[in-house]
Design a protein around this ligand. Sequence first.
Ligand code: ATP
Length: 458
Amino acid sequence: MSEIQMSDFMGRVVALSKRRGFVYPSSEIYGGFQATYDYGPLGAELKRLIKADWWQAMVGNRDDVVGLDASILMSPRVWEASGHVDGFNDPMVDCKKCKARFRADKLDESRCPEKPSKQPGACGGELTEPRQFNMMFKTKAGPVDDSAATCYLRPETAQGIFVNFKNVMETTRVKIPFGIAQIGKAFRNEIVTGNQLFRMREFEQMEMEFFCAPGTELEWYRYWRDERLRWWQELGIRRERLKFYEQTDEELAHYANACADVEYEYPWGFDEVEGIASRTDYDLKRHAEVSGRPLAYHDLESKQWIVPYVVEPSCGVDRCFLTILCDAYDEQTKPNGEKRTVLHLHPKLAPIQLGVFPLVKKDGMPEIAERIRADLKRTFRTAYDEGGSIGKRYSRLDEIGTPWGITIDGQTVEDGTVTLRDRDAMTQERVQPEQLTAILLERLAGYDRAKAAIVPEA
Ligand code: ATP
Protein backbone atom coordinates (compact mmCIF):
# COMPACT_ATOMS: atom_id res chain seq x y z
CA MET A 1 0.00 0.00 0.00
CA SER A 2 1.19 3.50 -0.72
CA GLU A 3 1.90 5.57 2.39
CA ILE A 4 1.62 9.01 0.80
CA GLN A 5 -1.10 11.60 1.33
CA MET A 6 -2.72 12.50 -1.99
CA SER A 7 -2.16 16.23 -1.31
CA ASP A 8 1.65 15.72 -1.25
CA PHE A 9 1.74 13.25 -4.09
CA MET A 10 2.27 15.60 -7.03
CA GLY A 11 5.01 17.55 -5.22
CA ARG A 12 6.89 14.35 -4.55
CA VAL A 13 6.61 13.12 -8.14
CA VAL A 14 7.88 16.49 -9.39
CA ALA A 15 10.73 16.48 -6.83
CA LEU A 16 11.83 12.98 -7.81
CA SER A 17 11.65 13.76 -11.52
CA LYS A 18 14.00 16.73 -10.96
CA ARG A 19 16.29 15.00 -8.44
CA ARG A 20 16.93 11.99 -10.65
CA GLY A 21 17.18 13.76 -14.00
CA PHE A 22 13.84 12.94 -15.60
CA VAL A 23 12.43 16.47 -16.00
CA TYR A 24 13.90 19.95 -15.40
CA PRO A 25 12.14 23.32 -15.68
CA SER A 26 13.20 24.87 -19.00
CA SER A 27 15.88 27.65 -18.86
CA GLU A 28 16.13 27.08 -15.12
CA ILE A 29 19.29 29.18 -14.60
CA TYR A 30 17.20 32.13 -15.85
CA GLY A 31 14.35 31.37 -13.49
CA GLY A 32 12.45 28.97 -15.78
CA PHE A 33 10.20 29.81 -18.71
CA GLN A 34 6.44 29.78 -19.07
CA ALA A 35 5.14 26.23 -18.78
CA THR A 36 7.97 24.59 -20.72
CA TYR A 37 10.12 21.69 -19.51
CA ASP A 38 13.33 19.91 -20.51
CA TYR A 39 13.82 16.17 -20.31
CA GLY A 40 17.02 15.07 -18.56
CA PRO A 41 19.04 11.95 -19.39
CA LEU A 42 16.56 9.47 -17.89
CA GLY A 43 13.54 11.48 -19.06
CA ALA A 44 14.79 11.63 -22.64
CA GLU A 45 15.15 7.86 -22.60
CA LEU A 46 11.70 7.24 -21.09
CA LYS A 47 10.11 9.63 -23.58
CA ARG A 48 11.88 7.88 -26.46
CA LEU A 49 10.60 4.52 -25.20
CA ILE A 50 7.00 5.79 -24.92
CA LYS A 51 7.06 7.08 -28.48
CA ALA A 52 8.66 3.89 -29.78
CA ASP A 53 6.01 1.78 -28.04
CA TRP A 54 3.18 3.87 -29.50
CA TRP A 55 4.73 3.75 -32.98
CA GLN A 56 5.16 -0.02 -32.76
CA ALA A 57 1.53 -0.49 -31.64
CA MET A 58 0.06 1.95 -34.20
CA VAL A 59 2.31 1.44 -37.24
CA GLY A 60 4.86 -1.37 -36.82
CA ASN A 61 2.41 -4.09 -35.79
CA ARG A 62 -0.20 -3.19 -38.41
CA ASP A 63 -0.63 -3.43 -42.16
CA ASP A 64 -3.30 -0.72 -42.31
CA VAL A 65 -1.45 2.29 -40.81
CA VAL A 66 1.52 4.16 -42.30
CA GLY A 67 3.72 6.85 -40.75
CA LEU A 68 4.35 10.50 -41.57
CA ASP A 69 6.56 13.33 -40.30
CA ALA A 70 5.15 16.67 -41.45
CA SER A 71 6.69 20.09 -40.83
CA ILE A 72 5.76 22.30 -37.89
CA LEU A 73 5.56 25.46 -40.02
CA MET A 74 2.83 25.13 -42.63
CA SER A 75 0.96 27.42 -44.98
CA PRO A 76 -1.25 29.75 -42.90
CA ARG A 77 -4.08 28.70 -45.22
CA VAL A 78 -4.05 25.29 -43.50
CA TRP A 79 -5.16 26.92 -40.27
CA GLU A 80 -7.73 29.11 -42.03
CA ALA A 81 -9.25 25.99 -43.59
CA SER A 82 -9.15 23.93 -40.40
CA GLY A 83 -10.94 26.67 -38.46
CA HIS A 84 -8.07 27.33 -36.06
CA VAL A 85 -7.53 30.96 -37.14
CA ASP A 86 -11.14 31.86 -36.40
CA GLY A 87 -12.10 29.23 -33.92
CA PHE A 88 -9.15 28.06 -31.78
CA ASN A 89 -10.22 30.29 -28.97
CA ASP A 90 -10.83 30.07 -25.29
CA PRO A 91 -13.11 32.69 -23.75
CA MET A 92 -10.96 34.79 -21.38
CA VAL A 93 -11.61 37.31 -18.64
CA ASP A 94 -9.11 39.94 -17.45
CA CYS A 95 -8.79 41.31 -13.93
CA LYS A 96 -8.92 45.13 -14.14
CA LYS A 97 -6.75 45.53 -11.04
CA CYS A 98 -3.96 42.91 -11.15
CA LYS A 99 -4.18 42.57 -14.99
CA ALA A 100 -4.09 38.76 -14.82
CA ARG A 101 -5.95 36.81 -17.53
CA PHE A 102 -8.04 33.72 -16.79
CA ARG A 103 -10.01 31.14 -18.77
CA ALA A 104 -13.68 32.00 -18.27
CA ASP A 105 -14.64 28.30 -18.09
CA LYS A 106 -11.89 27.50 -15.56
CA LEU A 107 -12.34 30.29 -13.01
CA ASP A 108 -12.80 27.74 -10.21
CA GLU A 109 -9.36 26.23 -10.89
CA SER A 110 -7.58 29.57 -11.37
CA ARG A 111 -5.88 31.61 -8.67
CA CYS A 112 -5.46 35.38 -8.20
CA PRO A 113 -1.69 36.14 -8.51
CA GLU A 114 -1.97 38.63 -5.63
CA LYS A 115 -3.83 36.17 -3.38
CA PRO A 116 -2.58 32.79 -4.59
CA SER A 117 -4.84 30.78 -2.28
CA LYS A 118 -7.95 32.52 -3.64
CA GLN A 119 -9.88 32.68 -6.88
CA PRO A 120 -9.71 35.45 -9.54
CA GLY A 121 -11.05 38.76 -8.31
CA ALA A 122 -9.82 38.20 -4.73
CA CYS A 123 -7.41 41.15 -5.12
CA GLY A 124 -10.51 43.38 -5.27
CA GLY A 125 -10.34 43.81 -9.06
CA GLU A 126 -13.39 43.62 -11.29
CA LEU A 127 -13.35 40.87 -13.95
CA THR A 128 -14.14 41.86 -17.56
CA GLU A 129 -16.77 40.14 -19.67
CA PRO A 130 -15.38 37.01 -21.41
CA ARG A 131 -13.46 37.78 -24.66
CA GLN A 132 -12.04 35.40 -27.26
CA PHE A 133 -8.27 34.69 -27.18
CA ASN A 134 -6.53 32.74 -29.93
CA MET A 135 -4.18 30.06 -28.61
CA MET A 136 -1.95 29.75 -31.70
CA PHE A 137 1.61 31.13 -31.54
CA LYS A 138 2.17 33.53 -34.45
CA THR A 139 5.56 33.96 -36.06
CA LYS A 140 7.11 35.24 -39.31
CA ALA A 141 8.67 33.20 -42.11
CA GLY A 142 11.14 35.10 -44.33
CA PRO A 143 14.29 37.19 -43.83
CA VAL A 144 12.78 40.71 -44.00
CA ASP A 145 10.45 41.34 -41.14
CA ASP A 146 8.04 43.72 -42.95
CA SER A 147 7.38 41.52 -45.95
CA ALA A 148 7.71 38.17 -44.21
CA ALA A 149 4.61 36.00 -44.16
CA THR A 150 2.82 35.54 -40.89
CA CYS A 151 2.57 31.88 -40.03
CA TYR A 152 1.82 29.76 -37.00
CA LEU A 153 3.48 27.10 -34.90
CA ARG A 154 1.14 24.15 -35.36
CA PRO A 155 -1.29 23.70 -32.43
CA GLU A 156 -1.84 20.01 -33.33
CA THR A 157 -0.13 17.51 -35.60
CA ALA A 158 -3.36 16.27 -37.22
CA GLN A 159 -3.57 18.89 -39.98
CA GLY A 160 -0.17 17.81 -41.35
CA ILE A 161 -1.79 14.42 -41.92
CA PHE A 162 -4.93 15.76 -43.63
CA VAL A 163 -2.98 17.92 -46.09
CA ASN A 164 -0.86 14.88 -47.04
CA PHE A 165 -3.84 12.55 -47.56
CA LYS A 166 -3.56 12.75 -51.36
CA ASN A 167 0.24 12.31 -51.33
CA VAL A 168 0.01 9.18 -49.22
CA MET A 169 -2.88 7.72 -51.28
CA GLU A 170 -0.96 8.30 -54.52
CA THR A 171 2.51 7.18 -53.41
CA THR A 172 1.78 4.10 -51.31
CA ARG A 173 -0.47 1.05 -51.72
CA VAL A 174 -2.91 1.95 -48.90
CA LYS A 175 -6.62 1.44 -49.47
CA ILE A 176 -9.59 2.61 -47.42
CA PRO A 177 -9.82 1.83 -44.50
CA PHE A 178 -6.31 2.91 -43.49
CA GLY A 179 -4.58 5.27 -41.09
CA ILE A 180 -1.71 7.78 -41.10
CA ALA A 181 0.18 8.20 -37.83
CA GLN A 182 2.50 10.97 -36.72
CA ILE A 183 4.45 12.00 -33.62
CA GLY A 184 5.57 15.59 -33.24
CA LYS A 185 5.67 18.88 -31.37
CA ALA A 186 2.62 21.10 -30.99
CA PHE A 187 2.34 24.56 -29.45
CA ARG A 188 -0.56 26.24 -27.66
CA ASN A 189 -0.52 29.51 -25.83
CA GLU A 190 -2.46 28.00 -22.95
CA ILE A 191 -3.84 30.39 -20.39
CA VAL A 192 -4.14 28.06 -17.45
CA THR A 193 -1.00 25.95 -17.35
CA GLY A 194 0.16 23.78 -14.50
CA ASN A 195 0.67 20.39 -12.93
CA GLN A 196 4.12 20.19 -14.53
CA LEU A 197 3.88 18.21 -17.78
CA PHE A 198 0.09 18.09 -17.78
CA ARG A 199 -0.55 21.39 -19.50
CA MET A 200 2.36 23.07 -21.24
CA ARG A 201 2.79 25.59 -24.04
CA GLU A 202 5.17 23.39 -26.04
CA PHE A 203 4.33 19.69 -26.00
CA GLU A 204 4.35 16.63 -28.16
CA GLN A 205 1.47 14.63 -29.64
CA MET A 206 1.04 11.11 -30.98
CA GLU A 207 -1.88 11.25 -33.41
CA MET A 208 -3.37 8.91 -35.96
CA GLU A 209 -6.07 9.73 -38.50
CA PHE A 210 -7.95 6.62 -39.61
CA PHE A 211 -9.77 7.09 -42.93
CA CYS A 212 -12.80 4.85 -43.46
CA ALA A 213 -15.94 4.56 -45.59
CA PRO A 214 -18.83 6.83 -44.53
CA GLY A 215 -21.24 4.85 -42.37
CA THR A 216 -18.50 2.65 -40.89
CA GLU A 217 -16.98 5.37 -38.71
CA LEU A 218 -18.80 4.54 -35.47
CA GLU A 219 -17.75 0.92 -35.70
CA TRP A 220 -14.13 2.05 -36.16
CA TYR A 221 -14.55 4.57 -33.35
CA ARG A 222 -15.50 1.76 -30.95
CA TYR A 223 -12.63 -0.36 -32.26
CA TRP A 224 -10.05 2.40 -31.63
CA ARG A 225 -11.45 3.16 -28.17
CA ASP A 226 -10.84 -0.50 -27.21
CA GLU A 227 -7.41 -0.59 -28.84
CA ARG A 228 -6.26 2.53 -27.12
CA LEU A 229 -7.43 1.40 -23.68
CA ARG A 230 -5.56 -1.85 -24.23
CA TRP A 231 -2.40 0.11 -25.07
CA TRP A 232 -2.64 2.08 -21.83
CA GLN A 233 -2.96 -1.13 -19.84
CA GLU A 234 -0.05 -2.69 -21.69
CA LEU A 235 2.10 0.24 -20.55
CA GLY A 236 1.49 -1.07 -17.05
CA ILE A 237 -1.04 1.60 -16.02
CA ARG A 238 -3.48 0.21 -13.45
CA ARG A 239 -6.93 -0.41 -14.96
CA GLU A 240 -8.82 1.08 -12.00
CA ARG A 241 -7.02 4.40 -12.56
CA LEU A 242 -8.26 4.63 -16.16
CA LYS A 243 -11.75 5.39 -17.42
CA PHE A 244 -13.56 6.74 -20.45
CA TYR A 245 -15.49 9.97 -20.46
CA GLU A 246 -17.99 9.91 -23.33
CA GLN A 247 -18.83 13.45 -24.51
CA THR A 248 -22.50 14.42 -24.60
CA ASP A 249 -24.12 15.83 -27.76
CA GLU A 250 -23.82 19.33 -26.30
CA GLU A 251 -20.10 18.88 -25.62
CA LEU A 252 -19.18 17.48 -29.04
CA ALA A 253 -17.25 19.74 -31.43
CA HIS A 254 -19.50 20.77 -34.34
CA TYR A 255 -17.65 18.45 -36.76
CA ALA A 256 -17.64 15.35 -34.51
CA ASN A 257 -20.32 12.66 -34.18
CA ALA A 258 -18.68 10.89 -31.20
CA CYS A 259 -15.78 11.57 -28.87
CA ALA A 260 -14.42 9.92 -25.75
CA ASP A 261 -11.58 10.98 -23.50
CA VAL A 262 -9.36 8.40 -21.85
CA GLU A 263 -9.02 9.77 -18.33
CA TYR A 264 -6.42 8.89 -15.69
CA GLU A 265 -6.88 9.43 -11.97
CA TYR A 266 -4.17 12.00 -11.23
CA PRO A 267 -3.59 13.28 -7.67
CA TRP A 268 -6.12 16.06 -8.42
CA GLY A 269 -8.75 13.68 -9.85
CA PHE A 270 -9.66 12.12 -13.19
CA ASP A 271 -8.44 14.17 -16.18
CA GLU A 272 -7.94 13.70 -19.93
CA VAL A 273 -4.85 11.97 -21.20
CA GLU A 274 -6.06 11.03 -24.67
CA GLY A 275 -9.01 11.87 -26.92
CA ILE A 276 -10.61 9.53 -29.46
CA ALA A 277 -12.83 11.44 -31.85
CA SER A 278 -14.99 10.54 -34.81
CA ARG A 279 -14.39 13.67 -36.91
CA THR A 280 -16.66 12.88 -39.89
CA ASP A 281 -15.44 14.20 -43.28
CA TYR A 282 -15.09 17.76 -42.01
CA ASP A 283 -11.30 18.25 -42.27
CA LEU A 284 -10.80 16.72 -45.72
CA LYS A 285 -13.82 18.59 -47.10
CA ARG A 286 -12.57 21.90 -45.73
CA HIS A 287 -9.05 21.41 -47.17
CA ALA A 288 -10.53 20.38 -50.51
CA GLU A 289 -12.73 23.49 -50.55
CA VAL A 290 -9.98 25.95 -49.60
CA SER A 291 -7.11 24.40 -51.60
CA GLY A 292 -9.23 23.53 -54.64
CA ARG A 293 -7.69 20.01 -54.67
CA PRO A 294 -10.13 17.11 -54.35
CA LEU A 295 -9.37 14.89 -51.35
CA ALA A 296 -11.32 11.69 -51.92
CA TYR A 297 -10.92 8.04 -52.85
CA HIS A 298 -12.37 6.13 -55.78
CA ASP A 299 -14.85 3.53 -54.55
CA LEU A 300 -14.66 0.51 -56.82
CA GLU A 301 -18.16 -0.75 -55.98
CA SER A 302 -20.13 2.45 -56.53
CA LYS A 303 -17.58 3.81 -59.07
CA GLN A 304 -17.76 7.16 -57.31
CA TRP A 305 -15.32 9.51 -55.64
CA ILE A 306 -16.03 9.54 -51.92
CA VAL A 307 -14.64 11.69 -49.10
CA PRO A 308 -13.69 9.31 -46.28
CA TYR A 309 -14.76 9.73 -42.67
CA VAL A 310 -12.06 9.98 -40.02
CA VAL A 311 -11.51 8.51 -36.55
CA GLU A 312 -8.67 10.08 -34.56
CA PRO A 313 -6.93 8.79 -31.44
CA SER A 314 -4.86 11.74 -30.16
CA CYS A 315 -2.55 11.41 -27.21
CA GLY A 316 -0.04 13.75 -25.55
CA VAL A 317 3.46 12.29 -25.10
CA ASP A 318 4.19 14.49 -22.09
CA ARG A 319 0.86 13.76 -20.42
CA CYS A 320 1.52 10.09 -21.01
CA PHE A 321 4.96 10.51 -19.40
CA LEU A 322 3.40 12.19 -16.35
CA THR A 323 0.74 9.47 -16.14
CA ILE A 324 3.42 6.79 -16.14
CA LEU A 325 5.39 8.56 -13.39
CA CYS A 326 2.27 9.12 -11.24
CA ASP A 327 1.17 5.52 -11.65
CA ALA A 328 4.63 4.14 -10.88
CA TYR A 329 5.56 6.36 -7.90
CA ASP A 330 5.40 4.74 -4.48
CA GLU A 331 6.86 5.13 -1.01
CA GLN A 332 7.08 2.00 1.10
CA THR A 333 8.37 0.64 4.36
CA LYS A 334 10.64 -2.33 3.71
CA PRO A 335 10.36 -5.51 5.83
CA ASN A 336 13.41 -4.29 7.82
CA GLY A 337 11.62 -1.04 8.72
CA GLU A 338 13.59 1.23 6.34
CA LYS A 339 11.72 3.55 3.99
CA ARG A 340 12.18 3.51 0.27
CA THR A 341 10.95 5.46 -2.76
CA VAL A 342 10.35 3.28 -5.77
CA LEU A 343 9.08 3.67 -9.33
CA HIS A 344 7.16 0.55 -10.37
CA LEU A 345 7.83 1.20 -14.06
CA HIS A 346 6.97 -1.51 -16.54
CA PRO A 347 10.35 -3.14 -17.35
CA LYS A 348 9.87 -2.33 -21.05
CA LEU A 349 9.78 1.39 -20.16
CA ALA A 350 12.55 1.50 -17.55
CA PRO A 351 15.34 3.80 -18.85
CA ILE A 352 17.78 1.41 -17.14
CA GLN A 353 16.54 -2.16 -16.92
CA LEU A 354 19.44 -3.80 -15.15
CA GLY A 355 22.02 -2.65 -12.60
CA VAL A 356 25.29 -4.62 -12.45
CA PHE A 357 27.21 -4.40 -9.17
CA PRO A 358 30.48 -5.90 -7.97
CA LEU A 359 30.08 -6.27 -4.19
CA VAL A 360 33.59 -4.88 -3.65
CA LYS A 361 36.13 -3.29 -5.96
CA LYS A 362 38.65 -6.15 -5.65
CA ASP A 363 39.13 -9.92 -5.93
CA GLY A 364 38.39 -9.78 -9.65
CA MET A 365 34.73 -8.86 -9.07
CA PRO A 366 34.71 -5.67 -11.23
CA GLU A 367 36.20 -7.63 -14.13
CA ILE A 368 33.62 -10.45 -13.81
CA ALA A 369 30.85 -7.83 -13.58
CA GLU A 370 32.00 -6.08 -16.76
CA ARG A 371 32.18 -9.41 -18.58
CA ILE A 372 28.66 -10.41 -17.57
CA ARG A 373 27.39 -6.95 -18.40
CA ALA A 374 28.93 -6.99 -21.88
CA ASP A 375 26.73 -9.96 -22.70
CA LEU A 376 23.51 -8.56 -21.17
CA LYS A 377 24.01 -5.16 -22.83
CA ARG A 378 23.01 -6.66 -26.15
CA THR A 379 19.44 -7.25 -24.87
CA PHE A 380 18.93 -4.83 -21.96
CA ARG A 381 19.65 -1.21 -21.01
CA THR A 382 22.23 -1.67 -18.27
CA ALA A 383 24.21 0.44 -15.80
CA TYR A 384 27.36 -0.44 -13.88
CA ASP A 385 27.68 0.89 -10.33
CA GLU A 386 30.46 0.18 -7.87
CA GLY A 387 29.97 3.15 -5.51
CA GLY A 388 28.66 2.89 -1.93
CA SER A 389 27.04 0.03 -0.01
CA ILE A 390 25.01 -2.50 -1.96
CA GLY A 391 21.85 -1.29 -0.16
CA LYS A 392 22.47 2.28 -1.37
CA ARG A 393 23.02 1.04 -4.88
CA TYR A 394 19.69 -0.85 -4.81
CA SER A 395 17.93 2.28 -3.46
CA ARG A 396 19.33 4.45 -6.24
CA LEU A 397 17.98 2.02 -8.82
CA ASP A 398 14.58 1.67 -7.08
CA GLU A 399 14.11 5.43 -7.39
CA ILE A 400 14.64 5.42 -11.15
CA GLY A 401 12.50 2.35 -11.71
CA THR A 402 15.20 -0.19 -12.61
CA PRO A 403 13.45 -3.55 -12.26
CA TRP A 404 16.50 -5.78 -11.67
CA GLY A 405 19.97 -5.69 -10.17
CA ILE A 406 22.65 -8.36 -10.23
CA THR A 407 25.48 -8.56 -7.72
CA ILE A 408 28.81 -10.25 -8.25
CA ASP A 409 30.15 -11.38 -4.86
CA GLY A 410 32.47 -13.89 -3.18
CA GLN A 411 30.28 -16.80 -4.17
CA THR A 412 30.46 -15.73 -7.84
CA VAL A 413 34.21 -16.12 -7.68
CA GLU A 414 33.71 -19.64 -6.29
CA ASP A 415 30.77 -21.10 -8.22
CA GLY A 416 30.00 -18.53 -10.95
CA THR A 417 26.44 -17.70 -9.71
CA VAL A 418 25.23 -14.10 -9.21
CA THR A 419 22.50 -12.59 -6.99
CA LEU A 420 19.45 -11.40 -8.92
CA ARG A 421 17.45 -8.80 -7.00
CA ASP A 422 13.88 -7.85 -7.92
CA ARG A 423 12.81 -4.20 -7.48
CA ASP A 424 9.16 -4.83 -6.63
CA ALA A 425 9.30 -7.99 -4.53
CA MET A 426 12.76 -7.07 -3.10
CA THR A 427 13.66 -10.78 -3.32
CA GLN A 428 17.16 -12.05 -4.01
CA GLU A 429 18.00 -15.36 -5.66
CA ARG A 430 21.12 -16.98 -7.02
CA VAL A 431 21.24 -17.70 -10.73
CA GLN A 432 23.75 -18.69 -13.37
CA PRO A 433 24.67 -15.66 -15.53
CA GLU A 434 23.96 -17.65 -18.73
CA GLN A 435 20.32 -18.02 -17.63
CA LEU A 436 19.80 -14.29 -16.99
CA THR A 437 18.65 -13.21 -20.45
CA ALA A 438 15.96 -15.90 -20.62
CA ILE A 439 14.77 -15.27 -17.03
CA LEU A 440 14.56 -11.49 -17.47
CA LEU A 441 12.82 -11.66 -20.85
CA GLU A 442 10.21 -13.97 -19.32
CA ARG A 443 9.66 -11.58 -16.40
CA LEU A 444 9.41 -8.64 -18.75
CA ALA A 445 6.71 -10.36 -20.80
CA GLY A 446 4.75 -11.39 -17.69
CA TYR A 447 5.05 -8.12 -15.75
CA ASP A 448 1.95 -7.32 -13.67
CA ARG A 449 1.73 -3.84 -12.16
CA ALA A 450 -1.09 -4.91 -9.83
CA LYS A 451 1.29 -7.20 -7.95
CA ALA A 452 4.18 -4.74 -7.91
CA ALA A 453 3.13 -2.64 -4.92
CA ILE A 454 2.77 -5.52 -2.47
CA VAL A 455 5.47 -5.28 0.18
CA PRO A 456 6.60 -8.72 1.31
CA GLU A 457 6.11 -9.65 4.98
CA ALA A 458 9.13 -9.28 7.30
P1 ATP B 1 -7.55 19.80 -22.74
O1 ATP B 1 -9.07 19.73 -22.70
O2 ATP B 1 -6.88 19.13 -21.59
O3 ATP B 1 -7.02 21.19 -23.02
P2 ATP B 1 -7.77 19.12 -25.46
O4 ATP B 1 -9.08 18.40 -25.48
O5 ATP B 1 -7.67 20.51 -25.94
O6 ATP B 1 -7.10 18.97 -24.00
P3 ATP B 1 -6.74 17.79 -27.72
O7 ATP B 1 -6.78 18.96 -28.59
O8 ATP B 1 -7.77 16.72 -27.90
O9 ATP B 1 -6.70 18.24 -26.21
O10 ATP B 1 -5.26 17.15 -27.79
C1 ATP B 1 -5.03 15.77 -27.70
C2 ATP B 1 -4.08 15.44 -26.58
O11 ATP B 1 -2.93 16.29 -26.61
C3 ATP B 1 -4.66 15.62 -25.18
O12 ATP B 1 -5.43 14.50 -24.79
C4 ATP B 1 -3.41 15.77 -24.35
O13 ATP B 1 -2.87 14.49 -24.03
C5 ATP B 1 -2.47 16.50 -25.27
N1 ATP B 1 -2.45 17.93 -24.95
C6 ATP B 1 -3.31 18.88 -25.38
N2 ATP B 1 -2.97 20.08 -24.89
C7 ATP B 1 -1.86 19.89 -24.14
C8 ATP B 1 -1.02 20.76 -23.38
N3 ATP B 1 -1.25 22.08 -23.32
N4 ATP B 1 0.04 20.23 -22.72
C9 ATP B 1 0.30 18.90 -22.79
N5 ATP B 1 -0.45 18.03 -23.50
C10 ATP B 1 -1.52 18.52 -24.17
